[in-house]
Design a protein around this ligand. Structure first.
Ligand code: WTA
Length: 671
């Protein structure tokens, strides 16, 4: 999808605090120096971390693109996030403030819990001890986590990291099929899950979904079940264990020595959607990742000891991994963690949270902001949000309207507000505004500057730098700490997906971008078949595969169409097998089917029935053509198209759909 606002957008905004403000030219010069000497640069940053053993080599680039940072060094993420702090004054500092979703009759949260670094350290040690002694988990094992936003989630991530166990977290909004395929691909021997959780005032019965997934996989031998709701769930004898029972006899003061993990060994696997095929397991190596997080927590978030920091992303996505758990913990921050919907029980819940805890740093998404914008500003402004001194956005392009709204409602038109671009594959953010370092004036809608030490460039089809203000492809020309090690179990695909489009082994991000005349980056959206629905990354291929499993569906093409709030939403064009009739009932059935197969985030805006889809002569569906029709763009080259009348079919279906939408939103038709 491309942005729907005109470029170039010239407005510049200067934050009130100008202490670190420099002009763009100077930033670019400084940046160039860090990139020219990127190994020395990152080595200098890395020295600030508490390694058990320093590296023999800053970067092993002998086998590109399998770059290995800080080769020979040893570290442990749990040690960096916990042990490091508890030997200092931070021992009694609050690490997490956790708030559950349910509220009482006065609208006040029923559950608030606070954990100091010492509390967290003790609990993580106890959980590590339990996992080690009762399940014999050891370095190199893989374990699945399917948990909601409860405090035990970061505890388990840290406890597993302490043992050198590789965890793979699956977002609790994903379906049983999605969970099963990830558990299987990662060869997880254990799953950690919960009875359920609260979302938008409703209970989600997570264990039931987990059970369905577990029926489909054979590698998971043990399941630990946490009781978030205290509800009764069916437990399978010999497989399922109640977390509280397991912890009963674990002493309060056990200590588990953090395993020395080599910098280039995996910390986690996180599955993410790509252009083709099923989601790919990105393998994140521990050393480079922690170095990038340390740098970006300081530079992008300017994190300070007195801050209360809140990243609103679910930990199941990469933003939560990096910027709710590992990044802020390693910096010893006080972190807000909220269980539920930002707009429950009313749209201003998030503002109430900011006021209640005096949040200073806020990291959120354009979709969240556009959701708030539906309501009058006054309902948010009645809360005191003056504690917020810095905001960043992530996940999708931020439209200038959303920027300005948030800048006014929370930012008092004076604080710093930027947009940080990055991907699951990059481990941490690589572009934005860096108020903790040097920053440049804000420009609503842009992604600012590349991070020091990260060689971002916009290139043309041949990999040559694109001229300013011309759309091109966003690539990264040099390796950086945090770059995914590989795709789990499929190194060839890692090369093919990211390092084969351009010569010289440039990392291909999959995004379109432009650099404007001032040197600012504008990320315009995906150039491939990935769509971002409410900032969540989905592959159209995944949705199509799910649809064609339905007995009525012969073929399916899913494309993303612009949406006012979610940025993009999927629409499916479907041909039916003989004997099935296209009607609303079937459309609803297919939508429910997708929700069950992939998860509620994949909800289709609509299912459009057509008698044929545009295909190449070799019978490949031309999704590009379908997409062009759906967003009313020129169709481009159709020399390989077999049957031109198929375009008319798709057009007709789409026009009817739009007419239907217009009818639905016409007040005359509502009753
Ligand atoms: C998009 C999320 C514009 C982009 C951290 C990227 C953005 C994809 C931004 C990765 C931003 C992320 N502005 N687009 N600030 N941040 N994106 O792996 O298309 O879920 O390629 O990582 O999100 O999505 P992922």
């Amino acid at each position: 999808m491309s942005v729907n606002w005109a470029l170039p957008f010239e407005e510049k905004i200067f934050p009130k605090d100008k202490s670190n403000l420099i002009d763009v030219k100077t930033y670019i010069e400084l940046h160039r120096k860090t990139v020219d000497n990127f190994k020395e640069f990152w080595a200098r940053v890395a020295k600030e971390l508490p390694w058990f053993k320093l590296w023999d080599q800053v970067l092993d680039d002998s086998n590109p693109p399998f770059y290995r940072w800080f080769k020979g060094a040893e570290i442990n993420a749990s040690y960096v996030c916990l042990d490091k702090h508890i030997s200092t004054w931070r021992k009694n500092k609050i690490a997490f403030i956790w708030e559950g979703e349910p509220v009482d009759a006065k609208g006040m949260p029923k559950e608030i819990k606070k954990y100091t670094y010492h509390d967290l350290y003790k609990e993580v040690n106890r959980i590590s001890y339990m996992l080690k002694t009762k399940f014999n988990l050891k370095k190199g094992d893989t374990v699945g986590i399917y948990l909601p936003m409860i405090i035990e989630l970061p505890m388990f991530m840290l406890a597993l990291a302490r043992l050198g166990v590789i965890f793979t977290m699956v977002f609790a909004g994903f379906s049983s099929d999605s969970l099963a395929s990830r558990l299987e691909d990662a060869n997880a021997k254990m799953l950690i899950t919960a009875d359920g959780f609260w979302r938008n005032g409703k209970i989600v019965q997570l264990k039931n979904i987990a059970d369905e997934a577990l029926n489909k996989v054979s590698n998971v031998k043990d399941v630990i079940v946490l009781k978030r709701l205290g509800s009764n769930v069916t437990m399978k004898n010999g497989r399922d264990y109640n977390f509280d029972d397991l912890m009963n006899d674990i002493p309060a003061n056990v200590y588990v020595e953090p395993v020395r993990v080599r910098s280039e060994e995996p910390l986690y696997i996180l599955y993410t959607s790509g252009t083709t095929g099923k989601p790919k397991g990105q393998v994140q190596g521990v050393g480079g990742y922690l170095v990038l997080l340390h740098a970006t927590m300081k530079w992008a978030f300017d994190i300070r000891d007195e801050d209360v920091y809140w990243c609103t992303a679910d930990i199941g996505w990469v933003t939560g991994h990096s910027y709710t758990v590992f990044g802020p913990l390693m910096e010893g921050a006080t972190i807000m963690m909220y269980e539920g919907a930002l707009t429950y029980p009313d749209p201003s819940r998030w503002s109430a949270i900011i006021e209640r805890y005096g949040i200073n740093i806020l990291y959120t998404s354009p979709t969240a902001i556009r959701g708030f914008m539906k309501f009058p500003k006054e309902i948010f402004k009645k809360y005191d949000m003056s504690s917020v001194r810095l905001m960043q956005s992530v996940g999708e392009p931020i439209n200038p309207e959303a920027f300005r709204w948030m800048y006014d409602v929370v930012g008092r038109n004076e604080i710093h507000f930027g947009s940080t671009w990055w991907m699951t594959e990059t481990g941490g953010l690589l572009s934005g505004h860096f108020p903790g370092l040097y920053t440049v004036p804000m420009k609503p809608g842009t992604n600012g500057m590349p991070l020091f030490g990260a060689d971002l460039e916009v290139v043309d089809e041949n990999g040559n730098p694109q001229v300013p203000e011309q759309r091109g492809y966003l690539v990264i020309r040099k390796p950086w700490p945090g770059l995914s090690l590989t795709i789990w179990g499929d190194p060839d695909r890692f090369i093919q997906v990211y390092f084969s489009k351009f010569k010289h082994y440039y990392f291909w991000t999959g995004d379109y971008a432009v650099r404007d005349r001032d040197g600012y980056f504008w990320i315009l959206g995906r150039a491939d078949e990935v769509i971002k629905v409410a900032g969540h990354r989905l592959g159209t291929y995944e949705l199509e595969s799910a649809l064609i499993q339905h007995p009525a569906v012969a073929e399916a093409a899913v494309v993303g169409v612009p949406d006012e709030i979610k940025g993009e939403v999927p629409v499916a064009f479907v041909t039916l097998k003989q004997g099935y009739t296209a009607n609303e009932k079937l459309a609803n059935e297919l939508n429910n089917w997708i929700r069950e197969k992939v998860g509620p985030i994949a909800t289709l805006k609509n299912v459009l029935f057509v008698s044929k889809l545009p295909k190449t002569r070799s019978a490949k569906i031309m999704r590009r053509v379908v997409q062009a029709v759906a967003v009313n763009k020129p169709i481009g080259d159709i020399t390989t198209l077999e049957d031109e009348t198929s375009i008319e079919e798709v057009k007709k279906a789409y026009l009817e759909f739009q007419a239907e939408l217009a009818k639905r939103s016409d007040p005359k038709n509502s009753n």
